[in-house]
Design a protein around this ligand. Structure first.
Ligand SMILES: [Ca+2]
Ligand SMILES: [Ca+2]
Length: 124
C-alpha cells in the first residue's frame, strides 16, 4: 500500500449529537511513528508512510471519538498482508565447486564438495 491510500473509515453512533459534532483523532501514542493520518471529521484513515509486511506486519491504532463533552477510546487493528515484492537473491555472487570422483569397490560415485581447499589429492 502506498502513501495516501485509504485504510479504513471509522464512525461512531451518538444519539444526541450530529455526525458533524463527533470528531476523531489518535491518542498521543496511538499512531506509531505517525504512520497513519486521520481526518478528524470524516474518520477517514489514510497512509502517511508506505507499509511493508517485512518491516511491520501489524499496527494497533488507538482512537478517540469526541462529541465535545465525552471522549471515548477505541482500537483499530491493521494487519499488513504479505505480498511477493522481494525477488530471490543468491546467498553468494559466485559459486565454485570441485567435482571429486571416488571409486569404491569398482563402483564410481561423484560428490560435489565446496571449493575450500586450493588443492587436494586422492589415493585409491
Ligand atoms: Ca453525544
Ligand atoms: Ca513481501
Amino acid at each position: 500500500m502506498q502513501i495516501g491510500q485509504e485504510v479504513y473509515v471509522v464512525s461512531a453512533l451518538d444519539p444526541d449529537s450530529t455526525p458533524e459534532q463527533v470528531t476523531f483523532d489518535f491518542t498521543p501514542t496511538g499512531n506509531p511513528e505517525s504512520t497513519f493520518i486521520i481526518d478528524r471529521y470524516s474518520g477517514r484513515i489514510t497512509l502517511n508512510k508506505a507499509l511493508d509486511h517485512e518491516i511491520e506486519d501489524m499496527y494497533v491504532l488507538n482512537l478517540i471519538a469526541n462529541d465535545s463533552v465525552h471522549a471515548v477510546r477505541g482500537d483499530l487493528h491493521v494487519s499488513v498482508i504479505d505480498e511477493n515484492d522481494n525477488p530471490p537473491v543468491f546467498k553468494a555472487s559466485t559459486y565454485e565447486v570441485c567435482l571429486l570422483c571416488v571409486i569404491i569397490l569398482g563402483l564410481s560415485t561423484c560428490t560435489f564438495i565446496p571449493k575450500i581447499l586450493t588443492s587436494y589429492s586422492v589415493k585409491f
